[in-house]
Design a protein around this ligand. Structure first.
Ligand code: PXP
Length: 243
């Protein structure tokens, strides 16, 4: 399972003082040194953390894979078609939310998204959709024509106890298998941390996880390179130990 590290919260800390540090670009370098397989950032409409400047420099410095989360707006399309990250992940975005709250509704937005992704594909940019773990959503993603989906793991991550987590895990496994059958690459993320990843990593159909908050939080105590290395080590443990 590959690890994409989301460095938004380094920019959140920078914006706490509206200054220059800490720099998410430096964070990306350290995350890659720690073994990250990719770097993810979310350019929000309100620019509360990541700015265009960050993506411009990350585009020149990231040596692995740069994934930009964004709303499916005209503004973002114009920007990304000039900044050219490797991948964009389309998300539902609400100005009032603290973090992404739910998956994008691929069913309701199907025709808009079908048109919207064309210019990205023409520019060689991979498109992924952040959607809830629901077969109707996955079918719609397939019809839209994206190469990948990112399944929202919030319900699993916020499960109150092990039984509830196992229930969610079973659902996630099922939808990941379903997506695989349709030929969709399955990524996952939201709320994953150093504890719940031990269960989550047992879904072989998931090829990649995107993790932000828990890694950045741990980095405050042990440094980012080590925090990423530790998560990579958990992702590489042999599965049967935790079944
Ligand atoms: N995937 C998506 C689409 C997200 O919006 C976020 C949060 O920015 C993440 C993954 C990472 O979530 P977390 O910070 O909880 O690890």
């Amino acid at each position: 399972m590959r690890l994409g590290v989301n460095v938004d919260h380094i920019a959140t800390l920078r914006e706490a003082r509206k200054g220059r540090e800490p720099d998410p670009v430096q964070a990306a370098v350290l995350a890659e040194l720690g073994g990250a397989d990719g770097i993810t950032v979310h350019l929000r409409g309100d620019r509360r953390h990541i700015k265009e400047r960050d993506i411009e420099i990350l585009g020149k410095t990231v040596t692995t894979h740069l994934n930009v989360e964004m709303a499916a707006t005209e503004e973002m399309a114009t920007l990304m078609l000039s900044l050219l990250p490797h991948q964009v992940t389309l998300v539902a975005e609400r100005r009032e939310e603290i973090t992404t709250e739910g998956g994008l509704d691929a069913v309701i937005n199907q025709s808009h998204l079908q048109n919207y992704i064309q210019s990205f594909h023409s520019a060689g940019i991979k498109v992924s959709l952040f959607i809830d773990p629901d077969k109707e959503q996955i079918r719609a993603a397939h019809r839209i024509g994206v190469k990948a989906i990112e399944i929202n793991t919030t319900k699993f991550s916020e499960a109150g106890d092990r039984d509830a987590a196992m229930n969610e895990l079973v659902k996630l496994k099922e939808v990941a298998k379903f997506a695989g059958k349709l030929g969709l690459e399955t990524i996952a993320g939201h709320g994953l941390n150093y504890r719940n990843i031990l269960l989550f990593r047992q879904i072989p159909e998931v090829t990649e996880v995107n993790i932000g908050h828990s890694i950045i939080a741990r980095a405050a105590f042990v440094g980012l390179e080590r925090a990423v290395r530790e998560m990579k080590a958990l992702l590489s443990l042999p599965s049967p130990l935790y079944e």
